[in-house]
Design a protein around this ligand. Structure first.
Ligand code: ATR
Length: 291
């Protein structure tokens, strides 16, 4: 049981809303099992208070923060330092105390990478199909190119948005690997199987019956897929992948590892695979849809 005393380190999450977060479960369970004197709490922060929140957190010696929607980009001007990949992505979700303030990281993307690694999914040298061009997909495009993907075909409903995002990523990464396409663009991709990341909001609970692409022919192109959505645990996109013989994973491990990496940065520790697995099981239980 958690014992709060004069030496307890406080970490937390800033966002709006923060009421449905799983992060306290992740971090407080980690502390409990690793015997660290740390507590993790949600902080509801309105848009206009982001700067004050960071200054206040620093003044209170808050030992680490996560940042969620809608503040992941808004916090950047108030950081003392920023990790180079997080800077390129333009979004941070983890703040680590440094002299005079905080350093920002994007553990969403290192978390996705570690989740993929744990499932044996390779990125380097692969050609990938990335569905969506919103904030989440944009970050994934950076991560895939940074980790050595050969090509990233970014398919989006609004092709001009994909065009813009692909251009930004290519420019920042000094490459021409990201190729923008419409949602029908896969018809031009033939002859082999791809790694596929689903980064749109289509299929998210409670609107679970939809997938961003319904055509069965598309799923024949998929070798292995990750849907960033974790509720429902099996999205329609994942079901369609599996029906075509592909492996498909949801976004819950990404959520787990973004938390674990943040925890490791704050506490200078290494979380074991066994403990990661234990927390993963708790998260699965917590995100189960009742009824
Ligand atoms: P996030 O920050 O979570 O990525 P977002 O920026 O709102 O959220 O992006 C949502 C993504 O889902 C976009 O790629 C969006 O496509 P558009 O850019 O064309 O809007 C995609 N999306 C949302 N609803 C969709 C739908 N009904 N059909 C196809 N794509 C959809």
């Amino acid at each position: 049981m958690l014992q709060i005393n004069g030496k307890t380190k406080t970490c937390g999450l800033i966002g709006c809303p923060v009421e449905h977060t799983l992060s306290p479960l992740i971090h407080n369970t980690l502390s409990e099992h690793m015997g660290l004197n740390m507590v993790y709490v949600p902080f509801h922060v309105e848009r206009e208070n982001v700067e004050a929140a960071l200054r206040g957190a620093h003044a209170l010696s808050v030992g680490g923060l996560n940042v969620t929607v809608p503040h992941k980009s808004a916090v950047i001007p108030y950081l003392k330092e920023i990790d180079p990949l997080a800077e390129k992505i333009g979004a941070v979700n983890t703040l680590v105390p440094v002299e005079g303030g905080y350093k920002g990281y994007n553990t969403d993307m290192t978390g996705l990478q570690r989740a993929m690694e744990s499932e044996g999914i390779a990125i380097a040298g692969k050609e990938a199909i990335l569905l969506g061009a919103g904030g989440a997909s944009r970050a994934v495009a950076f991560m895939l190119t940074a980790k050595g993907a050969e090509k990233v075909y970014m398919l989006n409903r609004s092709q001009d948005k994909a065009q813009m995002v692909a251009g930004e990523v290519n420019k920042a990464m000094g490459c021409e690997k990201v190729i923008a396409m419409s949602l029908e663009g896969y018809k031009e991709l033939t002859g082999k199987k791809y790694l596929c990341i689903q980064g749109t909001s289509v299929g998210l609970y409670p609107d679970c019956r939809r997938a961003v692409i319904e055509d069965e022919a598309f799923y024949e192109l998929v070798e292995v897929a990750v849907d960033l959505i974790y509720k429902p645990a099996e999205t329609r996109f994942m079901s369609l992948c599996k029906a075509a013989g592909a492996k498909a994973y949801n976004g819950l491990k990404m959520l787990l590892y973004q938390g674990i990496i943040a925890y490791e940065l704050w506490n200078d520790v290494q979380v074991s695979d066994e403990l990661a697995e234990k927390i993963y099981e708790m998260m699965k239980e917590e995100t189960k849809i009742e009824g």
